[in-house]
Each structure stands twice: as structure tokens, then as C-alpha cells.
Ligand binder design. Structure first.
Ligand code: BES
Ligand code: MN
Ligand code: ZN
Length: 507
């Protein structure tokens, strides 16, 4: 087996310099003005005339020309029709070009897409940003656990030479955002024997220190004193105790404004508990922490890149859903700090149990302007939406609109699912207020969302995003390789960015 080498060791940006390769955009009409590249014009004409060169979106053809005694590689990157090109397309375009560059072991490339961006009438910064995101996401390594038997060789660093100032600023932003996404992906990739709840807390503390965030970890007696019953109950059987991780960004100027709060399901491993998963369904459950990993990633982006003038808080509800003599059982009843009682009917519906603690805390302690939670909550959302859209639940029209806008800009898609009051019937318990799972098969993703509504104060705008279908991909796709996508970092970063831009949101 050939072990895939990571694409690039690192990615850098420069305004000028010598390059071994050149990326040129080609629209479907295959017109390239002679002045774009006079020395190579005849070579270009010949390459454009080839049948394989279609100019369709993501079509890629290479040609070479001699500059003095050096061979320069030209990547002719298809852009489709000018009217059909969107800034978000530059994510996948960067990935197509980047994969080829990595294969050819190119270290310096001149990115000359400006003229086509201008011709299509697109926002130069937005296109650059998507290009930077695509390249940065492609550069994720994910091979930290390769040992001496398969360790691939170290890849080369890549420098993007981008002469256009606006496009280059976009590329730089995109690369930094991608590195926050890649942090989330590194955590997701870490196996559950290493990535325990307290290990995640240490990573959070480390990131907070580097990024200027405040970090607090509630564990042990403190968790008990704060009545984090869901975390304590889910984590009971594990040798790795649960914790609630709180990250806070405070604007430099100081503020009295209420924070935006992000909550992440951080189950470091989900065996299902006594309602044990089948062997096939258990594999990959190290990624049941991906909601929390994305919250950690977005907090890094908030404090190092976006720096809004309102506070942002991230809450990670971290526990391992293990099996042992101390396991929670079906039939157990727990009482939350807001007084709501829950009868456990399925120990595999654990995510909602830990999220409930964090949502109670968010409403009561943080007094937030809005809450968004990210969770790999249900297999049902995978059945419903596959890996194309995350399931979004939100009854607040303005938060809904903001999230849908952020999804469009970031390319992290959301599809709204209903939260009609009639679904509440499904979660009624004969002995407690709620069951954690209805024994029937109805509306699984909605059951999870309905359950959570009992832990969020009505007047607080709140959205629940079920990412079970989108947090990882099972084959290479766009800028991703098989594995974690870090879904949610870019979506929530763009939400914060959007709020910051809005006048309404200002003091
Ligand atoms: N972590 C799983 C959901 C999941 C499934 C995430 C597949 C990623 C991929 C969750 O805790 C779970 O087990 N959900 C159950 C809920 C059921 C027991 C009510 C499910 O969806 O089957
Ligand atoms: Mn589960
Ligand atoms: Zn789970």
C-alpha cells in the first residue's frame, strides 16, 4: 500500500517572486488575451486547442514553456461560464490545482486569477478567501498517528505568489481560517485512548493561552456543585472523568454586551453505553466529539482573526459514554439544575443529556444574546440529509436568516428541519418530565432538538445544528481527504463576522 503523503508541509503567501508554476484561469470560451502572458502566448494557444482542455469548472490541463533555461509549468484551470462562477467555487478550484501541485512537488506557484475574477464581476477578496480556505484545508496532514512502519515522507512547503493586493488579503484570511478548522480536525482525528475529556480541556487551555482567551474547566466536585447531572451521569462508567470546558473571548475595549454562546457536544467516545452499539456502528465514534472540536476551532478564529467587539463564549460538554458496573441505566431518572427531570430510555441518546447541562448553564450564567449548539446528535439526520447538509433547527427568524447567510458564504450548508409543538408529545415520559428517546422510530433528529428545547429559555434566540452527517467524509472530496471536515468552524466564524458587520448589532 502506498501511504498518502500530506499535500504541503505549510502554506505561505507572498506578493512577488520567482515561481516554478503558474495558475491561469480559463473560461469555457477559452479566450486568453495575448497580453495576459505574452512570452508564453503561442504555447498557451496550443494547449487551449487541445480537446481535453474544455474550460469547464475544475477542468485542469497543463503545459510548459521555457523561460531562459528553466521550465515553467502552467496550470490551465477551468472556470466554466463567467456568469455561473461564484466566489465559493474557488475553494474547490484551489483544491484541484493544489492536488496537482503537490503531486508535481511544486514549491512556488504564481496565482494569476485576478483578470477572470474581474471579468466575472466577483468580489476579489471573497474569491481570494475561498482560494485560501481551499488551499489551507487541503494542506491538513492528519498523519500524526503514522508510526515507523508507514510514516510518509515530509511534504514540501508551498508558497503562493499573489500579486493582487485584495485577492492576496483574502487568501491570507482564508488560510488562517483554515488553520482554525485544521485544529478542530486534528482533535477529531486523535484517538479516544488519548483524547479524553481532560485531554481536550488541556488542549483548550493551551489554545486559550496562545490566543488570548480565558479558559475555565469544571470537573469533579465543582461539576457536582454546579449540578451538571447529564455530564456526571453519562460519564459515570468511564475511567476518564467528564468536564465542562468554558472558553471566553472578551473584546479589547471591554463591553457590557451579552455574549454570543457556542455549545459543542464533546463525547470523546460513544459506545452507546448499556444500550450498546453494534460493532459496525461503533467504529468512528471517536468523532462524537466533533461539535466541541468545532467550537474550540471557532473560538481560536474569533480571538485571533475576527476579534469582534462583543464577547463570545464557547462551552464544551465533554464526557465519555462508556460501559461498566457504574454505567447509567435505562430507567434511571435524573434531575437537571433547571428542575426538569429526564427518564433515560436509551443510554445511546447521550449527547442530548450532556448538551442539556451546557444549555442550562448558558441561559442561566451567561445571559447570552444568542446560542448555537453543534452536535453529532443523531444517525437520523444522516439518513435524512446525507453528507450534503447539516440539519438546522431554529425558530428565531433573525438568527435563522443570519445562519442561512453564513452558510451561503462559508459553503457549510444547513437545511432547516421543523420543531412543531406537536413533536413534543414524542418526548413525554410516564414517570418523569421527559424521556431521552422515544422507543418508536419517528422523527429522530427532531426528537433530539425537541428534547433540547426544554433546556433553553424561550426568549433566547437559539439554534441547534445536527452535524452527524457532515462532520466527516468517507472519501476524498473537494479540499477534504477522507476523515474529519471540521464542519461548523467556518459557518460560525462567518456568523460572528456577519454580526460584527451589522449596524443593528452595534451599541
Ligand atoms: N453519536 C450518535 C449519533 C451519530 C450516529 C453520530 C452516526 C455520527 C454518526 C448518537 O449519540 C446516537 O447514538 N444517536 C442515536 C440516538 C438514538 C439512540 C435515539 C441514533 O441516532 O441512533
Ligand atoms: Mn449515542
Ligand atoms: Zn453520541
Amino acid at each position: 500500500m502506498r501511504i498518502r503523503r500530506a499535500m504541503f508541509q505549510s502554506v505561505h503567501v507572498a506578493p512577488e517572486g520567482e515561481a516554478e508554476a503558474l495558475i491561469l484561469g480559463v473560461f469555457q470560451d477559452k479566450r486568453v488575451a495575448p497580453e495576459v502572458f505574452p512570452e508564453a502566448f503561442p504555447t498557451l494557444q496550443a494547449a487551449l486547442a487541445r480537446r481535453e482542455c474544455t474550460g469547464e469548472k475544475e477542468n485542469l490541463v497543463e503545459t510548459f514553456y521555457l523561460k531562459e533555461d528553466r521550465e515553467i509549468r502552467i496550470l490551465l484551470l477551468g472556470l466554466g461560464q463567467p456568469g455561473a462562477l461564484r466566489p465559493g467555487d474557488f475553494r474547490n478550484l484551489a483544491a484541484v490545482a493544489g492536488r496537482r501541485l503537490a503531486q508535481a512537488r511544486i514549491c512556488t506557484v504564481h496565482v494569476a486569477l485576478g483578470p477572470q475574477v474581474r471579468e466575472a464581476g466577483l468580489d476579489m477578496n471573497a474569491c481570494g478567501r475561498a482560494f485560501g480556505e481551499g488551499t489551507g484545508l487541503l494542506a491538513w496532514k492528519g498523519d500524526a498517528f503514522r508510526g515507523s512502519a508507514t510514516k510518509p515522507e515530509t511534504p514540501d512547503p508551498l508558497t503562493l505568489i499573489v500579486p493582487d493586493d485584495t485577492f492576496r488579503a483574502g487568501v491570507e484570511y482564508g488560510l488562517r481560517l483554515a488553520s482554525a478548522v485544521n485544529l478542530a480536525r486534528d482533535l477529531s482525528q486523535t484517538p479516544p485512548n488519548i483524547a479524553t475529556p481532560l485531554w481536550i480541556a488541556e488542549r483548550a487551555e493551551q489554545m486559550a493561552q496562545q490566543s488570548g482567551l480565558h479558559c475555565r474547566v469544571l470537573q469533579g466536585e465543582e461539576l457536582k456543585a454546579e449540578r451538571m447531572e447529564g455530564l456526571l451521569h453519562v460519564g459515570r462508567a468511564s475511567a476518564n472523568p467528564p468536564c465542562l470546558i468554558r472558553l471566553e473571548y472578551r473584546p479589547e475595549k471591554g463591553t457590557t454586551r451579552p455574549p454570543v454562546v457556542f455549545v459543542g457536544k464533546t463525547i470523546t467516545y460513544d459506545t452507546g453505553g448499556l444500550s450498546i452499539k453494534s460493532r459496525e456502528n461503533m467504529v468512528g465514534m471517536k468523532r462524537d466529539k466533533d461539535g466541541g472540536c468545532a467550537v474550540l476551532g471557532v473560538m481560536q478564529a474569533v480571538s485571533t482573526l475576527i476579534r469582534p467587539d462583543f464577547p463570545v463564549v464557547g462551552l464544551l460538554a465533554a464526557a465519555e459514554n462508556s460501559i461498566g458496573a457504574a454505567s447509567m441505566r435505562s430507567d434511571d431518572v435524573i434531575t437537571y439544575r433547571n428542575g426538569v427531570t429526564v427518564e433515560i430510555t436509551n443510554t445511546d441518546a447521550e449527547g442530548r443529556l450532556v448538551l442539556a447541562d451546557a444549555l442550562c448553564w448558558a441561559c442561566e450564567i451567561e445571559k447570552p444574546a444568542l446560542i448555537v449548539d453543534l452536535a453529532t446528535l443523531t444517525g437520523g439526520v444522516v439518513v435524512a440529509l446525507g453528507s450534503v447538509y447539516a440539519g438546522l433547527f431554529c425558530e428565531d427568524v433573525s438568527l435563522l436568516a443570519r445562519l442561512e447567510r453564513a452558510a451561503e458564504v462559508s459553503g457549510e450548508r444547513v437545511w432547516r428541519l421543523p420543531l412543531h409543538a406537536e413533536y413534543r408529545e414524542l418526548m413525554k415520559s410516564p414517570v418523569a418530565d421527559l424521556v431521552n428517546s422515544n422507543p418508536g422510530r419517528k422523527a429522530h433528529p427532531i426528537q433530539g432538538a425537541v428534547f433540547l428545547t426544554h433546556f433553553v429559555e424561550r426568549k433566547i434566540p437559539w439554534a441547534h445544528i445536527d452535524i452527524a452527517g457532515v462532520h466527516a467524509v468517507d472519501a476524498d472530496r473537494g479540499p477534504f481527504i477522507k476523515g474529519p471536515t471540521g464542519y461548523g468552524v467556518r459557518l460560525l466564524a462567518e456568523l460572528v463576522h456577519g454580526l460584527q458587520k451589522e449596524d443593528l448589532w452595534q451599541d
